[in-house]
Unconditional design. Sequence first.
Length: 172
Amino acid sequence: FVSGLGAATADTIFSAIAGFSLTFIIAFIQKQQIIFQAIGGVVVFILGIKIFYTNPIKQFRRHKRKKNNLMEDFLSVFIVTFTNPLAVFFFIALYAAFGIVTDGSRWFHALLTTSGVFVGAGLWWYTLTSTIFRFRDKVRLKQLWWINKIAGAVIATLGALAIIGLVRLFIT
């Protein structure tokens, strides 16, 4: 959970950057929204395929968990997440899509959204880690393999649906 809070903190910083600055980029993103949606659909599709074909059993054996303290867990995931420069563009695109930041007069909406990012990400990581902790003794490696297959198929399908939606937009 603490590792997840590291990711949530980095996401919150990116959300704040997107919400309180870089508003000039929003117009560009809105004009290029179809391109961003196409790229996003392809990336999600590829991610789903990668998850589908990844063998969690090999990864589990390769990466046995070492003991860290909570601060090391938090900082390691924070740094990994924070060094992803594409995350800030994700939040800029998200804010543009929802019209949260269109001019300087809507700073309160950006503040609420940024707070919501942290609360939502924190709740996501709490739910995820609590669920994993609760069922970790009940899930066998073969079941984990199937979970990967199902999750990968669902994610790839969502990416494919996004791409199909764009194709249909151009056809009509």
